[in-house]
Design a protein. Structure first.
Length: 99
């Protein structure tokens, strides 16, 4: 099995995975959750920047960790970020509550 590395990435490899030909080692549940958290944080920042939030305000929002509803400005890019964030949050919830 191939170890997870930061030295190379095989693009489109996710299209060629199958149950009988596993090429990557499994990652733990906590690592999956951490990865999803990182992806959510990255997309949240991109979303806020796209909505013209100041970097200092974004940093403060991250520190405060309060819930806040971010509304679309009806652009395709913002709606895409919102959609992916909702999907990732759902995935995070599913993994967090797996038995």
């Amino acid at each position: 099995m191939k170890k997870i590395t930061n030295k190379e990435y095989i693009r489109n490899s996710h299209y060629h995975l199958s149950d009988n030909q596993r090429t990557y080692v499994s990652i733990s549940k906590s690592d999956k959750l951490e990865l999803i958290q990182d992806l959510i944080r990255t997309l949240e920042i991109k979303l806020l920047k796209e909505l013209d939030y100041d970097d200092e305000i974004i940093s403060l929002m991250i520190l405060l960790d309060d819930k806040e509803t971010i509304k679309s400005n009806d652009t395709e890019k913002v709606e895409s970020y919102i959609y992916y964030l909702n999907q990732l949050t759902s995935l995070y919830d599913e993994i967090l509550n797996e038995r």
